[in-house]
Design a protein around this ligand. Structure first.
Ligand SMILES: [Zn+2]
Length: 140
């Protein structure tokens, strides 16, 4: 858990995204799953792109993945964030990709790095997932 100073923008929650934000508040990274064909999807959506089913449930991710890509944002600066801001596109081991922050600096991150989820809390107590380097045998 890392606490940041300042207040982050709060999410706009829809009926089919509420489960994800409820999971985040509990420190659980949930992935929406089609109840008919089993396809995982993120970000949450009302229907399955594979079979168009409206039925879904969710699984809990182990929170481990690989840096698929990343950007380093310098400008414009938004309140509650520190710049330069490294934003990751993480491919979770379950197979879906997730945009999230990280505590890694620009010179510490590379595509292919193994990362694990941790939780970041702002001054309002709002929680968001972010990713830290996964220390494992054979890792960087
Ligand atoms: Zn489906």
């Amino acid at each position: 858990m890392m606490t940041v100073s300042g207040r982050r923008p709060k999410p706009f929650i829809l009926e089919y995204t509420r489960f994800w934000w409820d999971g985040v508040a509990e420190g659980r990274l949930l992935i929406q799953r089609c109840a008919d064909c089993g396809t995982l999807r993120h970000p949450p959506a009302p229907s399955c792109a594979a079979c168009q089913s409206l039925r879904w449930d969710a699984i809990e991710s182990a929170g481990i993945g690989t840096v698929y890509s990343f950007v380093v944002s310098h400008h414009p600066e938004a309140p509650g964030f520190e710049y330069p801001l490294v934003v990751l596109l993480v491919e979770l081991d379950e197979g879906i990709r997730l945009v999230a922050g990280t505590d890694l600096r620009r010179d510490e991150v590379a595509i292919g790095d193994r990362v694990r989820v941790d939780w970041l809390r702002d001054e309002d107590g709002a929680q968001l997932p972010y990713f830290r380097r996964l220390e494992e045998e054979g890792g960087r």
